[in-house]
Design a protein around this ligand. Structure first.
Ligand code: FE2
Length: 492
């Protein structure tokens, strides 16, 4: 893994036909888009963290049993500035650059806290998201870059703030059956009271003819005030059921003062996150049609969450599955000096890191003032998750552990927001190097997995067969850096 990790990638701008070993079903049609860090140094300067690398977008186009591949760097302003200067000149998550063009702005604004949220990078390396019929490379800040999904050309940079008041937004939105997109963001400063914002972009929002962005039709579903003004929760994703959005307000928080003064203190963005193990995680349940927040105060012990797996409603409960950690050290693991260690050394020196644990939480919706105190209000028979009402009327939730050592979860998205049985993911067993992929069966609580020496598979993506009845009838694809060869796309 060390020979390939954080190695600079290169573009394959024209489509090349892939060599196919085995066979790909003829029904598998369309394009798989992947995004991720692809350039870890510019000139003589190098990034420090896996989440800093400049975005390289890949596409695998399937048709008639054949596959073509291409890739292009996202031509963000950040990419262009770096290339022009032949060095890294824009700060990223784990790499702070001095002097920075923002520094003067910060100097001026230092005494005006309401204006100090920094102008972030537009190196959108996390995901590809869709609003209307527009596709965007996204990260977690107010900038996204529209791309052409066929040519991978960068179309234009978009600022959420021109359409909705946000400083941050997730790279993991949800899509409903009609094709509407739901997403969440954080409005920290300069927009009145700081709050989390849930928004929706209608399926028909695009206007290709007049080149108008889909985001111009964005609708706010609801806003939720921070429980602590200067320490809003970090969040990377959220859950969605047929009627509700599930938002976990975590004990893993952004330190706003640190963020605002990061340049002066020599702290990178990653250093502005802190985990408060003595705090709690609050669960907000929002009706996504009315925007009304359920008033019951559901909470759990403190944990760190990046990925929700799925959520659904079952007999008067909201059930949601996520991957939780006992601490916030995961980001540290991905500093390049850590991730480049030999796996054995890494495991030895990072024994204290907590494992990703797939957990199920169940929130009973029919809670009322007279509900019994001290007993479990969950009546579902297929889970050991508990929700116990406390004397003060809040409900303490304890999870049902489904599986340990799995991250980058995926499901058959036709079952998103619905009761489901299977999820897929990469195994992460005390190492930042995924060495297997797994399919987990929630009903039998068993899993199957695939591995091969020197293969490091990324997150699997499930595609249902046409006319599939069974949830797991389909193909799963994952791209896989492989020692000593070109990258490989695997289909199962
Ligand atoms: Fe993610």
């Amino acid at each position: 893994m060390q020979s390939i990790i954080a190695k600079n990638g290169c573009e394959t701008p024209e489509p090349v036909k892939a060599q196919v070993k085995g066979s790909i079903p003829s029904w598998l049609q369309g394009t798989l888009l992947r995004n991720g860090p692809g350039l870890f140094s510019v000139g003589d300067s190098q990034y420090n963290h896996w989440f800093d690398g400049l975005s390289l977008i890949h596409s695998f186009t399937f048709g008639n049993g054949e596959v073509t591949y291409r890739s292009k760097f996202l031509k963000s302003d950040t990419y262009k500035k770096n290339v022009k200067a032949d060095r890294i000149v824009v700060s990223e998550f784990g790499t702070m650059i001095y002097p920075d063009p923002c520094k003067n702005i910060f100097s001026r604004a230092f005494t005006h806290l309401s204006n100090v949220i920094p102008d972030f990078t537009d190196n959108n390396l996390i995901n590809i998201i869709r609003y209307g019929q527009d596709y965007y490379a996204s990260s977690e800040v107010n900038y996204i870059n529209q791309i052409n999904p066929d040519t991978l050309e960068t179309v234009s940079k978009m600022n959420y703030r021109n359409h909705i008041a946000l400083n941050l937004a997730t790279a993991h939105p949800h899509y409903d059956d009609e094709g509407n997109t739901y997403n969440m963001g954080t409005a920290i400063m300069g927009f009145g009271r700081p709050k989390y914002v849930i928004f929706k972009v209608p399926a028909d929002a695009s206007d290709k003819e007049h080149k108008k962005p889909a985001l111009r039709k964005v609708q706010q579903v609801c806003s939720i005030p921070f429980r602590s003004t200067l320490f809003p929760s970090y969040f990377h994703s959220f859950g969605m059921t047929e009627n509700y959005i599930v938002f976990v307000e975590q004990a893993f928080k952004l330190d706003i003062i640190k963020l605002a003064t990061a340049y002066f203190r020599g702290v990178n963005w990653g250093g502005c996150l802190k985990f408060d193990k003595d705090d709690i995680n609050l669960f907000h349940v929002i009706n996504r049609k009315t925007g009304k927040v359920i008033s019951t105060r559901f909470y759990s012990d403190a944990m760190v969450v990046f990925h929700h797996i799925n959520a659904y409603e079952d007999d008067g409960h909201v059930v949601f599955d996520l991957i939780g950690y006992k601490d916030g050290k995961l980001y540290d693991m991905f500093y390049l000096h850590n991730i480049k260690q030999e796996t054995d050394n890494f495991i030895e020196t990072h024994k204290s890191f907590s494992q990703p644990i797939c957990q199920r939480f169940v929130l009973p919706l029919n809670v009322h003032k007279e509900s019994p105190r001290g007993s479990n209000l969950v009546t579902l028979k297929d889970t050991s998750a508990q929700a116990v009402m406390q004397e003060n009327g809040s409900v303490y939730c304890q999870p049902d552990t489904l599986f340990e050592g799995l991250e980058l979860p995926g499901i058959n998205y036709d079952f998103n927001a619905k009761k489901y049985r299977y999820f897929y993911g990469s195994r992460l067993e005390w190492s930042p190097h995924p060495n297997k992929i797994a399919k987990f069966d929630i009903v039998t609580r068993t899993h199957i997995e695939w591995k091969k020496d020197n293969c490091f598979p990324s997150e699997p993506v499930f595609v249902a067969s046409p006319g599939a009845v069974e949830e797991d009838d389909g193909e799963s694809a994952t791209s896989e850096p492989t020692k000593g060869t070109s990258s490989v796309l695997l289909c199962f």
